[in-house]
Design a protein around this ligand. Structure first.
Ligand code: DNO
Length: 395
């Protein structure tokens, strides 16, 4: 398996020279500066590639092997008026990536928000901080800050009462913070947070789109892009929903094995692949992670490895150290290694230690939420240990 590292570009707090020190060899990156929906040019991709792949004398080389992500605009997910043009722009970006020989592209199909958390710095017993999704805080936001029409009916009376108590205990600053975290679409996103009215509008635009329709839109998207990827030798990998269930009354369709099976049945070409993310899928107790890895082994080109711990009734969770929590990482890696052994080196699975606790010096530094260097390095080192023990020395 190939050791990857997500790098957010030249402005990011973690530099390429630092990445090199982690022992990772494969860079996972995107043109984060390009607005969502604008087609990437080959020159732009090449420029970034040359930054990554120009190695200072005496240093070990890095290679840009995964684009995470080429974002998909909401118009495609909703199949709005601009959908066709947006898909064409996405294909142009894919062509630019393919022209530079980058073999893997990751994307997601979550409406409006990408990954969602309510706390970025939840203090764990070690003193390191983790990201957390607190169901009650989320409900407090949705019911009393966002005041989403229709939300009330989706919660039980007991949930509403708990959410109200949580909301009433929150300070103005806490309310502003949770609003910022949730409406930036994802913590650490390069997009600006939305105002509450703008966020509401984005949700309203999805009215009438249920899971069946959203899945159909994804299939139509795949029917347009997979043949291009197939012809250009690029593997597309769909990232699972995080958390793997509906939020804000919006449908989600990449949360379970059956969700993925439906997509692979509809568009069977090998380029239609999976980004196997243990942290996202693992939030559901009914997702059997090793079984999912076994079932879709040949479609897994890229893996995000991290663990979460469910709390209470399971709707709340926090991110654990990589080998702790609800994910049996040894069992997962056994499956991935078995698949990797069936492959040629050029198709070896790229994995990255996903997220990481904020610890040691990173507690004093500016970090990208979820992506501090030290916590991720701890994760990578632990994962590497398992691979060595499985006699699967990573490249
Ligand atoms: C979070 C990431 C996601 C992922 C996208 C892929 O840490 O795993 O934001 O990059 O969902 O499109």
């Amino acid at each position: 398996m190939r050791q990857g590292w997500r790098w957010f570009g030249p402005e990011a707090p973690v530099t390429l020279d630092e990445v090199r020190q982690t022992g990772a060899t494969n860079i996972v990156s995107s043109l984060h500066q390009v607005p969502i929906g604008r087609a990437w040019t080959e020159a732009e991709v090449r420029e970034r590639q040359s930054l990554i792949e120009t190695t200072p004398a005496g240093r070990s080389p890095l290679i840009w092997s995964v684009v995470e992500s080429i974002p998909i605009p909401d118009a495609v997910k909703r199949k709005g008026g601009q959908a066709k043009a947006e898909i064409e722009a996405w294909i142009a970006s894919l062509e630019a990536v393919a022209a530079c020989g980058i073999p893997i592209v990751c994307y997601n199909f979550m409406p409006v928000v990408d990954w969602t958390r309510t706390d970025l710095d939840y203090v764990t017993p070690t003193g390191a901080t983790a990201m957390r999704f607190d169901h009650e805080r989320f409900a407090a936001f949705e019911l009393f800050v966002l005041q989403r029409p229709g939300a009330t009916e989706e919660y039980s009376e007991q949930d509403r009462a708990r959410a109200k108590a949580v909301y009433e205990s929150m300070t103005e600053a806490e309310i502003a913070e949770i609003t910022r975290i949730i409406t930036s679409a994802l913590p650490g996103s390069t997009t600006e947070p939305l105002t509450i009215p703008a966020f509401r509008e984005k949700l309203i635009a999805y009215q009438g789109i249920d899971a069946k329709k959203l899945r159909q839109h994804l299939i139509e998207f795949l029917e347009a892009v997979v043949p291009v990827a197939e012809a250009r030798g690029v593997k597309l990998t769909l990232h699972p929903d995080d958390p793997p269930r509906s939020l804000f009354g919006l449908p989600r369709i990449a949360s379970t094995a059956e969700d993925y099976a439906a997509l692979f049945d509809a568009v069977p070409a090998a380029a239609n692949g999976m980004c196997y993310c243990t942290g996202s899928l693992g939030v559901r107790a009914d997702n059997d992670l090793p079984a999912i890895a076994r079932r879709f082994a040949s479609r897994i080109y890229f893996a995000h490895l991290r663990a979460t711990t469910r709390e209470g009734d399971g709707r709340t969770f926090h991110e654990s150290a990589h080998l702790e929590g609800d994910v049996n990482m040894v069992a997962v890696l056994k499956e991935l290694v078995a698949e990797d052994r069936r492959r040629s080196a050029d198709l070896s699975i790229v994995f990255r230690s996903d997220h990481g606790h904020r610890m040691l010096d990173d507690l004093q530094k500016n970090v990208t939420p979820g992506y501090p260097a030290i916590g991720r390095l701890r994760g990578l080192a632990e994962l590497r240990g398992i691979l060595y023990a499985l006699d699967a020395v990573p490249t």
